[in-house]
Structure formats: structure tokens, C-alpha cells
Design a protein around this ligand. Structure first.
Ligand code: F0G
Length: 352
């Protein structure tokens, strides 16, 4: 049987802080490929660059790793409903796992700033979808308040089981590459993922499976860069709606990851994000969503600044699948050639 079908809980049960009696549920999450860059890595002078394809998880993002653990814990605790605030991917994941395992699922999203595919996912899996007039940060505040008074399990990454599940991506990278990379680049929004990876790598190092710890390199969108600015941002803005967050819940986890790893959290503007997304698609064959491309954009910035040296072994985490948000790239694509159904016309059209 392929390891993939095991899922995160069965594969890593001895290394997850989850009660042994929690159900070993799965939707086939985890065990995503680490694909070597053929073009971009060499052009940056890196010794190696791998892309961790988290968009290949069942609902198309890394969120499934933590969601499966959070839902298992909720089931074990006898919960009958889960809720989250989301910029889209968490809601898609909660809806899928909630639907599959018989939990009522409620998701609260910022109106007008969520990729169409993600919203459809939440709805098709049967979640109750509520949109608010406000950004993710406000949605999370409202949801946390509600949870204080209602018997519904919060499955945002403030739920510690989420971070536990997400750390397994670091285990897989060490497994696949034989050691931790020297640099791990990833997008940072609510900052759960950078917190989770850093925990995962520290555990690998502590247990002797990795000889080194990576420098953690976080990318925030320049219109939503509270960790770079050092203060919350009231009205975050970016084309990368997944990371349109002004006051990350795991603020301290991100700062610890950055400082303990001698890493960096830097901002990259929307143009750099979209350009990185386009090049990953064009030259590497991987369609990730805009937020995911912030990993490469920040790595490129660090190489240009001299903060990451040529000859470095790096991994970029591509957190979500580009198919969720085709609208974000459409304007930059070359036009479709419209021709009559005729071989001569086809020959002329493709000549150029
Ligand atoms: N990349 C993608 C595709 C995301 O969906 C998110 C977060 C991030 C990166 C950032 O990860 O929040 O752990 O720092 N999406 C959340 C959501 C906020 O609601 O789907 P983070």
C-alpha cells in the first residue's frame, strides 16, 4: 500500500501530541512530493532548490495536515461541530474533513477577498459559509468570541493540534532529502505554518535525524506585513488573499522561528509575488497559488541582498494549488488564439 494513503496521523502517530485513543482518520493527506527545480534554482546559483508541493494535499493546500489532527481530537472529545475563520484554505479543509467525519462545519470568511475555488470547496463539502465585512483578523476575533460561549470546536491554528499536524511537513522534507535544507522559505500569514515547520525541524534535529537546522525565511506581502513592520496592520491588502492578514495569531511563534534560526521575515510586493508565481508555472511546471509564490519571491530577494549565499541548499514550500484562484493570474496570460477550424489557419496561427 502506498504510504500516501496512510495519512499524517497513522504515519506519524508516535510523534504527534495526540491522545492514543483518538481515531486514526485520514483523507490521504501528507507525503507530498519535494520536486527539484530545474531552472530557477540553478539561475539563482543555489546548490539545490526543491519545491514542496503542498497543493497536492486532498483539498489542495497544506491545511489538511493540521486539520486531520484537529478533527481527530474533536471527534475524540465528542464534539459535534467545528468552526474557523479563514482566508479560504482552512475553510476548504475544515469543510472537507468535517463533512467526511460527520461534524457540522461553520466557516467565517472576509467578504469579497477569498478565491472563488476555495469558497466553492467550502460550500460543496457542506459547510455553513458566513461572510463578514472585514478582514481575516476580525473574522478570527468573532469566531474566538463565539467559541468562548458555545460548544463548537475552534479549528484555526490557535488549536494546538493544527500546528502538531503541520509540523509533519518538516519530517517529510528531512526524510526525502536526507537532511534538513540550509534554508526553508515559506509564505507567512497567520504564522501557524512557520511555527509548525520550525517545531518539526527542531524535533528532527533533537532526535538526530537532521544534522542541521534550516534558516527560516518568511515571506509576507508588502501590503500585509505586520511581522516585518513590527506592528499589526489595520487594513491589509494583497493579491495573495491567502496571506491577507494584519495581526497573526502565531506572532511570537514566527518571531521565535526567525530569531532562533537566524532567519529572516521580509516583505515582497504583489508584482514580485505574481512574477514568481508565473515563473514557477512557466519554467517548473507547477501551478501554485499567489501566496505560495511569496516563498520564492522572498528567497530571490534574500539571494539578491546577499542574505542567502550561492551554493545554498534551499526548499520553497508551495503551500496551495493555483487552480483554486485562476483569476489572480489570468490578466497576465498571453491571449488564446482564435481561428477557424481549418489546418491552414492553424499552421499560420502557430507559426509566430
Ligand atoms: N499559503 C496559503 C496558500 C495559505 O492558505 C496560508 C494561510 C498561508 C500560506 C499562510 O500560512 O497562516 O500558517 O502563516 N491560510 C489561512 C487560511 C490563513 O485561512 O486558509 P499561515
Amino acid at each position: 500500500m502506498a504510504i500516501r494513503a496512510e495519512g499524517v496521523i497513522a504515519r506519524w502517530s508516535d510523534r504527534l501530541a495526540l491522545e492514543p485513543s483518538a481515531p486514526h482518520i485520514t483523507l490521504g493527506e501528507g507525503n507530498t512530493p519535494c520536486v527539484e527545480s530545474l531552472t530557477i534554482g540553478p539561475s539563482l546559483g543555489l546548490a539545490s532548490l526543491h519545491f514542496k508541493l503542498e497543493g497536492l494535499n486532498p483539498t489542495g493546500s497544506f491545511k489538511d495536515r493540521g486539520m486531520v489532527v484537529a478533527v481527530a481530537a474533536a471527534l475524540q472529545a465528542g464534539s459535534s461541530a467545528i468552526i474557523c475563520a479563514s482566508t479560504g484554505n482552512t475553510s476548504a479543509s475544515a469543510a472537507a474533513y468535517g463533512g467526511r467525519f460527520g461534524l457540522r462545519t461553520i466557516v467565517v470568511v472576509p467578504r469579497g477577498h477569498i478565491a472563488s475555488g476555495k469558497l466553492i470547496q467550502a460550500r460543496v463539502h457542506g459547510a455553513t459559509v458566513v461572510s463578514i465585512d472585514g478582514a481575516f483578523d476580525l473574522a478570527l476575533r468573532v469566531v474566538r468570541e463565539l467559541c468562548a460561549h458555545h460548544p463548537v470546536t475552534l479549528v484555526n491554528s490557535v488549536n494546538p493540534y493544527r500546528i502538531e499536524g503541520q509540523k509533519t511537513a518538516a519530517f517529510e522534507i528531512v526524510d526525502e532529502l536526507g537532511d534538513a535544507p540550509e534554508v526553508l522559505a515559506l509564505p507567512v500569514g497567520n504564522a501557524g505554518n512557520i511555527t509548525a515547520y520550525w517545531r518539526g525541524f527542531r524535533e528532527e534535529h533533537r532526535d538526530g535525524r537532521a544534522t542541521r537546522l534550516p534558516r527560516m525565511l518568511g515571506g509576507q506581502a508588502s501590503g500585509a506585513a505586520p511581522l516585518v513592520l513590527g506592528h499589526p496592520v489595520d487594513n491589509p491588502q494583497t493579491v495573495a488573499t491567502a496571506i491577507r492578514i494584519g495581526n497573526p495569531a502565531s506572532w511570537q511563534g514566527a518571531i521565535d522561528a526567525r530569531d532562533q534560526s537566524e532567519g529572516l521575515i521580509e516583505s515582497v510586493d504583489d508584482a514580485a509575488i505574481l512574477d514568481a508565481q508565473r515563473r514557477i508555472a512557466r519554467f517548473e511546471g507547477i501551478f501554485c497559488e499567489p501566496a505560495s509564490a511569496a516563498s520564492l519571491a522572498v528567497l530571490e530577494r534574500a539571494v539578491a541582498d546577499g542574505a542567502v549565499a550561492p551554493g545554498t541548499h534551499a526548499v520553497c514550500v508551495l503551500t496551495g494549488n493555483g487552480l483554486k484562484d485562476p483569476g489572480a493570474v489570468e490578466a497576465s496570460l498571453s491571449p488564446i488564439l482564435e481561428i477557424p477550424a481549418d489546418a491552414d489557419a492553424l499552421a499560420r496561427a502557430i507559426e509566430a
